[in-house]
Design a protein around this ligand. Structure first.
Ligand code: NDP
Length: 332
């Protein structure tokens, strides 16, 4: 079992802010990244918190990512918004463009935000939950580099291609799902390899195309989509939305352009916001509230997102892998 140490969320935020400032980010970019990482640790999403710092730093050190990015927004129509991320991390583009997307959806009922030329290395729930907290329904997806074999294949072609949806609820936490379309996010497989855990059946194949439960062997081979051909179809949809529809790169193109420094590749993100007040009318909240009430009254059911929300309501300390913490501190 790996050694871990308790660290407060305030210390985590200060540490990563200082690391990113030292590694060439300006204050705006360092703060946006630190918010993303601290939120992941707060929610118990360790594969997208401090664990990602070495990759973020590598992409700053190699000059791939612009640590002083200043995103810009273009409105093609009142509801079609395109954010040029200025070659920066997705977090900076989110802090800039999500409020504009939310306002467009509140006024018009629906709005689409394409983020182009960004580097996304994080969970997606922060962007969809931001929208749900403004009484909007949020949807987001992004592609990556090939690491998942399409149904029937043994060779990687799709990214782990996460999708997230968040649904607002009156006076309660939104319902949020946020998931890789691979059976498991690659970061989770990397953590299992680091900590010496074996994986359940169906996560991936080794380099010879044989099913494996060993995360180290799967990292040499390929991940599989969740739910066979059905997950493969959703992953295909993510490629089309986050690349084809918004005019950014597919996973295989991201791979061709990437310098393989260990950080994320350049790519796009597709985000949509819907205003249920305009689409369904004023009774939507009560109607959906009844639906959630009936759903959760079924024995064994829990709402997606509830684990993260419970983690959030815990104390201010999180268990962090000691070796990882030392590595992050070494960037200061
Ligand atoms: P999980 O399989 O851990 O969880 C997927 C979703 O299912 C979560 O919303 C989770 O809610 C929900 N869930 C889990 N168990 C239950 C249950 N028993 N009942 C109801 N809902 C449940 O996530 P993944 O490993 O697929 O992905 C982890 C993260 O990796 C995601 O945040 C994703 O965005 C990120 N990612 C990012 C990539 C990128 O390129 N930026 C690429 C791939 C993944 P809860 O959180 O409450 O457990």
């Amino acid at each position: 079992m790996a050694n871990s140490i308790k660290v407060s969320l305030d210390e985590i935020k200060k540490l990563v802010t200082d690391v990113f400032l030292k590694q060439g980010c300006n204050e705006n970019n360092a703060s946006a990244l630190a918010n993303t990482i601290t939120k992941a640790e707060e929610d118990g999403s360790s594969s997208h918190g401090l664990f990602r710092v070495p990759g973020y730093v590598a992409s700053l050190q190699s000059g791939k990512v612009n640590g002083t990015a200043s995103p810009k927004l273009e409105k093609t129509t009142p509801v079609i918004l395109t954010c040029d991320a200025d070659n920066g991390f997705a977090s900076t583009a989110h802090e800039f463009a999500l409020p504009i997307l939310a306002n467009a959806a509140k006024t018009n009922g629906v709005a689409v935000l394409s983020i182009k030329g960004c580097y996304h290395f994080a969970a997606l729930w922060p962007e969809t939950e931001y929208l749900a907290k403004q009484n909007l329904v949020g949807f987001a997806c992004t592609a990556f580099k090939p690491s998942v074999a399409p149904a029937g294949a043994k060779k990687a072609f799709f990214g782990t291609n996460p999708i997230s949806m968040a649904w607002p609820r009156n006076g309660q936490d939104p319902v949020v799902f946020d998931m890789a379309t691979a059976t498991m996010a690659k970061g989770e497989v990397m953590i299992a390899a680091r900590d010496g855990h074996s994986l359940p059946d169906g996560v991936g194949l080794d380099e010879n195309g044989e099913p494996s439960n060993d995360p180290k062997e799967i990292l040499k081979g390929v991940l599989l989509p969740f739910g066979g051909y059905k997950g493969s179809a959703i992953s295909l949809m993510v490629e089309l939305f986050a690349a084809g529809l918004i005019g950014d790169v597919f996973s295989y193109e991201a791979q061709e352009n990437d310098n393989n420094d260990g950080g994320p590749p350049s790519g796009g993100e597709f985000i949509m916001a819907f205003n249920p007040q305009i689409i369904a009318g004023p009774k939507w909240e009560e109607h959906c509230g009844n639906f959630f009430q009936k759903l959760t009254s079924i024995d064994g059911v829990r709402l997606p997102g509830s684990r993260r929300h419970e983690n959030r309501s815990g104390d201010n300390y999180r268990s962090i892998n000691e070796e990882l913490l030392l590595k992050v501190k070494s960037y200061l």
